[in-house]
Design a protein around this ligand. Sequence first.
Ligand code: BTN
Length: 308
Amino acid sequence: MNETRHRVLDALSDGPVSGPELAEELDISRSAVWKHVEALREAGFDIASDDAGYSLAAVPEFGGEAVEYGLDAPFEVEYHDSIPSTNARARDLAAAGAEDVVVLADEQTGGRGRLDREWSSPSGGVWLSILFRPDVPMAQAPAFTLAASVAAARAAREVGVDAGIKWPNDVLVESDGDERKLVGILTEMEGEADRASWIIVGIGVNANVDPEDLPAEANPTSLSAELGDPVDRRVFTQRLLELFEELRRDPETAVAEWREYATTLGKRVRVETPDGVVEGEAVAVEFPGGLVVDTGDERVTVSAGDCD
Ligand code: BTN
């Protein structure tokens, strides 16, 4: 959202304020004030106007400008009611040189998951991709995936859902030994070995969706199903982005914090890696994200794979 529009919103939230007062305060013309007010109304902001002037009556439930308004993180948010995949759109933006952009959608029609799976993304979710350009070697990228899972688990706990993380990045809700999937994360990157050019962290949160509308194989749950009520997706998305912002600045701490939410450590695991199956007890997670498995004979660190 541009700076002036943000200032218009700030003034309206303290409203009522008349058009001429606003024009003077922001040092813009009255017609520019009117254009900003109309653009905000089109974006779904409810701006009341009466004899005393304009005032902000309500912020939209969801959307790019709604999420950017009051967001304490330096991301521009590009919103789509429906898009094939936010990760695919973020890749196009990366190719065009963008950074610190979040692509956000209410619905994806071609959502992508790990290992080339489909990711079902009906309306009501929080489907987003964060494009950024950290100054790190490519090998450190897994730390950002772990950072995203910590941010998602923490944002879920803040709204009252007791989420944990299964290595590497499934955010789950456990009850009676049953693990139901709440969030999936798909990280993509490009660059040279010694420096990533860009990283895209795609986060899919089953927010206000009915788990019955999601494929049963994933044993899905959602925030609304856990809570019995829909969540405020705007506020949830803002918290998710703010938490990720803090953690991406300090990926080593993110990995340390990951251990606090881990459901995997101390359990017997079977990890299908590109080099074969590793079975044993999961004993640690090491920076930038490898799982240390004690097979009984040796300790093996696996850096990628599907974990059961
Ligand atoms: C998984 O397989 O667990 C990862 C799922 C990642 C889904 C998210 S939704 C937002 C972003 N856009 C995509 O197409 N995929 C990711």
